[in-house]
Design a protein. Structure first.
Length: 145
């Protein structure tokens, strides 16, 4: 169990023993009272195992399909070599019909070493000048004869 899940277990045990109120438990865990009730119900039915995430060890639902990823990489290496992420995204969506985000394409081409992002330019800091005593002191004087 992770530290977060151990904390949940301790809170659920206190709730079960009536040593803590649901509102206090919600504040301590950072969830609503309704969520605390749901967790308590699962704890009563399944015990400590019910508080462990069921998604542990499973891949994300938002992951890119391996076939789509490989097709995009092949096209980026061959047909769209040297393209930046935005243009490559436009070409892959319009020309090839792939459904993939421009950010994911950017990540792919950076991972493969096909493109390197530019570093953000550092802002030049100018030294502050003190205010002049009189109005008009900063008027340029013409040095011509």
């Amino acid at each position: 169990m992770s530290e977060k899940e151990v904390e949940r277990l301790e809170v659920m045990q206190k709730l079960e023993d009536k040593r803590m109120k649901q509102a206090e438990a919600g504040e301590r865990l950072g969830v609503s009272v309704r969520q605390v009730k749901r967790l308590l119900k699962v704890y009563r039915e399944e015990g400590a195992e019910g508080l462990v995430s069921k998604r542990r060890g499973q891949p994300s639902n938002n992951r890119l399909a391996e076939a789509t990823r490989q097709k995009a990489l092949d096209l980026l290496k061959d047909k769209y070599q040297g393209f930046g992420p935005t243009l490559a995204h436009e070409k892959l969506v319009e020309g090839e019909g792939l459904t993939i985000s421009d950010e994911r394409i950017r990540q792919l081409i950076i991972e493969e070493g096909l493109w390197k992002g530019k570093k953000a330019r550092q802002v030049t800091v100018h030294q502050m000048r003190e205010r002049r005593a009189c109005v008009g002191e900063l008027v340029q004087v013409d040095g011509s004869r």
